[in-house]
Write a protein that binds this ligand. Structure first.
Ligand code: NAD
Length: 503
């Protein structure tokens, strides 16, 4: 891997590293220091055209490579990622900002996903089923679709590309990836390693640049039948509209406003650990972050006091320092948005218990650091309890009963993750049934997905698809039903099957 700093990086198209047609560039920087880490091509529709053409050409053969062989590439990729895990972890703390343990977890998630999807190369199960006619054989099989356009965010810069590319590739599709403009260097490294694992030219292509330019061109491209997108709700809506005219398959993983319910019988020590990890981990920049805590009135005061003490003990700093609990947020715009929500919360009448301001001094002045922030006396309909803040801010809401807790938890437009702390098995099972979300945790926070389970959300978190697990295969394949008639005569379904008519 080459040096970073003043290095100029390129797109990857048809197996070649190439500059953007326009020659324009943009920089990626370290959110803890402002240091420039590299310069990347600012791609346009012309670059997207080239990448899609390369992916289309490669699809002709990649779809015919036996799926177990496609899986073997992913297995080699997983092995190489394991070798490079420390290097990628260090780089992630610098380009994206998350702390070392979490950055290592991000890389590990990609390793796990590739190992899992490599195994899928020897399954990709279809079905055989009896025919209603004699001497006829029926089966259904998964078919690859073609060129997949993958558009990814910056908050899981290695994990999320792997969630999309590993299943897309093992199913026999080719890919054009438009990574987030805040973490292009990690995407570049990701693809370098993938190529080293033995991927043929054109099977994966990378086009760097901005959403409204390269991203929009990819989404609208007529030769890209599948779009897999992770990002904000509003961009997801724009992507859906842009893809509608061609009736593309659109897979969306969008925002969340996830709640942790703490009942009066909860283990409070455990609940505090779960809340701190889920609300402030990755500086709150996880789609599954706990930005609401719904606490029973009998434990509310005790819980809020403990949470404030835990938040104030957190060390804010650069992600690569072992002592850091909370790294920077991604950029200045994010810092300003998060701080604006502090004003909104105050104006709405919520009580700021701690935080509520950027963290400064001690070498933090050139970075985008925000103190862990807790609001109390939050009403469920307030904006800070409804809108995704995507920063280290959480809102405490007081409730008087289990039913009220469920009602408040569900009273939002999103439906990604949810959690309940209780020792009552009946309540736990009711919560599993009644929380309207793609994920429910019992006696754990809202984060921590494992790659072999479906991942995604209900309501406006998505459009009914799921990432990860077997469910991901439905995004990247189409079912084909195949009928083989070996009777030697014309047999008509529903007409010639009347030997024993159904009652
Ligand atoms: P974003 O929507 O701003 O950007 C995501 C990606 O879309 C980027 O690559 C961007 O360049 C691109 N993009 C922007 N406009 C586009 C357009 N018009 N056409 C095509 N592409 C376009 O989101 P972000 O700030 O990078 O990420 C944060 C959001 O992602 C949060 O809402 C978070 O909840 C969500 N997220 C969801 C999941 C999930 O799995 N549900 C996971 C991680 C993040």
């Amino acid at each position: 891997m080459g040096a970073i700093g003043t290095t100029t990086f390129r797109n990857f198209v048809g197996g070649e590293w190439v500059e953007a047609a326009s020659g324009e560039t943009f920089e990626t920087t370290n959110p803890a220091t402002g240091e420039v880490l590299g310069t990347f091509p600012r791609s346009s529709a012309e670059d997207v055209d080239r990448a899609v053409a390369a992916a289309n050409e490669a699809f002709a053969d990649w779809r015919l490579v036996p799926a177990p062989k496609r899986g073997e590439v992913l297995l080699r990729f997983a092995a190489l990622l394991t070798e490079r895990k420390d290097e990628l972890t260090q780089l992630m703390t610098r380009e994206m900002g998350k702390v070392l343990a979490e950055a290592g977890g991000d890389v590990q998630e990609a390793i796990d996903m590739c190992v899992y999807m490599a195994g899928e190369g020897r399954r990709l199960y279809g079905h055989t089923t009896p025919s209603e006619l004699r001497d006829k054989f029926n089966m259904s099989v998964r078919m690859p679709i073609g060129v997949v356009g993958a558009v990814t965010p910056w908050n899981f810069p290695i994990a999320i590309p792997s969630w999309k590319l590993a299943p897309a590739l093992v199913c026999g599709n080719t890919v054009v990836l438009k990574p987030a403009e805040d973490t292009p260097l990690l995407a570049e490294r990701f693809v370098e390693v993938l190529v080293e694992a033995g991927l043929p030219p054109g099977v994966v292509n990378v086009v760097h640049g901005f959403g409204e330019e390269a991203g929009a061109a990819l989404v609208a491209h007529p030769d890209v039948p599948v779009i897999t997108f992770t990002g904000s709700r509003d961009t997801g809506v724009a992507v859906t509209k842009a893809a509608a005219d061609r009736l593309k398959h659109v897979h969306l993983e969008l925002g969340g406003k996830n709640a942790i319910i703490v009942m009066d019988d909860a283990d409070l020590d455990l609940a505090v650990d779960g809340i701190v990890w889920s609300a402030f981990g990755t500086s709150g920049q996880r789609c599954t972050a706990a930005s609401r805590v719904i606490a029973h009135e009998r434990v509310y005061d005790e819980l809020s006091g403990r949470l404030v003490r835990a938040a104030e003990a957190m060390q804010v700093g650069a992600g690569w320092e072992e002592s850091t609990d909370l790294g920077p947020v991604i950029n200045r715009e994010a810092l300003e948005r998060i701080h604006a929500y502090t004003s909104i919360g105050r104006d709405e009448g919520a009580r700021l218990l701690t935080g509520g301001e950027p963290a400064r001094g001690n070498g933090l002045d050139n970075g985008f650091f925000y103190r862990p922030t807790i609001f109390a006396d939050v009403e469920p309909e307030m904006r800070i309890a409804q809108e995704e803040i995507f920063g280290p801010t959480t809102a405490l809401i007081r409730v008087g009963s289990f039913d009220e807790a469920i009602r408040v938890a569900n009273g939002i437009e999103f439906g990604l993750s949810s959690s309940i702390f209780t020792r009552d098995v009946n309540r736990a099972f009711r919560a599993m049934r009644d929380l309207v979300a793609g994920i429910t945790y019992v006696n754990a926070g809202t984060t921590g997905a494992e790659v072999h389970l479906p991942f995604g959300g209900t309501k406006q978190t998505g459009n009914g698809h799921r990432e990860a697990g077997q469910a991901a295969l439905d995004v990247f394949t189409e079912w084909k039903s195949i009928y083989v008639d070996y009777s030697g005569k014309l047999q008509r379904a529903q007409i010639d099957n009347v030997e024993h008519p159904a009652p």
